[in-house]
Design a protein around this ligand. Sequence first.
Ligand code: UD1
Ligand code: CA
Length: 464
Amino acid sequence: MDCIVLAAGRSKRMKSRLTKVLHTIAGRPLLHYPVRAALDAGASRIIVVCSVDSVATIKTNLDAAFGNAQIECQIQPEARGTGDAARVGLNRCNSDSVAILCGDTPLVDAENLRTLFSVLEEKKASLVVQSCVVQEPGSYGRIVRDADQNVVAIRENSDLRDDYELGINEVNAGIYVGKRAVLAAALGRIGPNNEQGEYYLTDVVEDIAKSALVVAHRGNPDSLRGVNDRIQLEEAESIMYQRIARRHSLAGVTVRGNARVEDTVEIEPDATIEFGVSLRGRTKIESDALVEVGCIIVDSSIGRNAIIKPYSIIEKSSVGGGAQIGPFARLRPESIIEEDAHIGNFVETKKTIVHRGAKANHLSYLGDGDIGEKANVGAGTIFCNYDGFKKHKTIIGPGAFIGSDSQLVAPVTVGPGAYVASGTTVTKDVPADALAISRVKQENRPDYAARLRARLARSADKKP
Ligand code: UD1
Ligand code: CA
């Protein structure tokens, strides 16, 4: 079966510069979902119908995401309606049966297509349309049946003719499977005689029903949701997030509350994703990891048994097994936190390797660094990595100890087992096992505080 995905509409209702089908839900553009449904259903060829303006962007996007030679883009020169777009796609089809999907109905899946296809075969129909019964038919096309319940037409909302049609609550999901030759012939006969002056794909129903069988197969109302504006985008996205969460739950992951896991994320069984977590992009969470409340993890991997404590933000980084991050930690791109290392509250890392078992538990900036195994970085340590022109590296050897409130002015190396005293500004390399200390000697002046207080009090009294 060939599959046509219509994506050349003007998307006026989105009020956006970006073409509608590239707006995302749950981490993927709308268009990816019907394309994937078609691939999963075994379509031999997928023709995406695009407008002149959006074809280049859509093609680049699909190539990057699927890299699949079965997918091709075809141009509909002018947005003259879904019927005209379907005709563009149909010109490229050569299989006996064809599925037509809309690029803006992301909740369709392969199962929908397989079902419609088997109905087509079993009933020897010429066209099967997926329909849904809904409370509020809104702007969807209505399935018009005759007294014997045979489908005779689909009427668009703006063209409803009488009270009977106004009362119909069975609507068109915009998912079709039909015989190619029959569809092609019918599309050649329809005209733009309607309220919007467009060629409606839905008009083929009335045409075909005159001489052949059209079936409306009722499906789950969720799969119908088309996205025409940003409210519907949000509605479709919430359903998608629920579906993704359910998929992970069934596979053995605990996903609590309103955690939002994008479609692209992988999670192994026995991981726990707490409420308010957002997992995005190419993120992978290994088994038994715990991602606590409110964390945001983007394009990163989290190892087995790692704990990401509340409100940590991790981007393009990796966290090894058994490591602990946060609360309130920020791992910026290219942070590599190895097994059993700890990164604590208000610690920011960037392009830094924290080797096995090393710790930086409080209030630090660790940029462009390499922190050796089991080294300890004290509270308030800053890697001064930037001179206004270039970034420089700070290297800390295994087992080294960096006292609190130290600054390491990069490029600089602290040798293995060395000790940097609290409050030191390290500007020269520290040899292995040496102590580095750079602070002014402390002086105590006996009773000075009491005298100072008395003097200050007197001068305050003298003021008018
Ligand atoms: C369409 C159906 C409606 C159905 C609804 C389901 C028609 C006339 N109406 O209405 O019965 O209930 O989908 O969601 O088909 N497109 C093109 N070229 C065009 C016009 C549209 O490629 O010239 C594409 C759009 O990009 C979109 C899809 O076709 O992906 C549907 O078009 P849209 O304008 O959203 O149709 P609806 O009003 O939603
Ligand atoms: Ca639509």
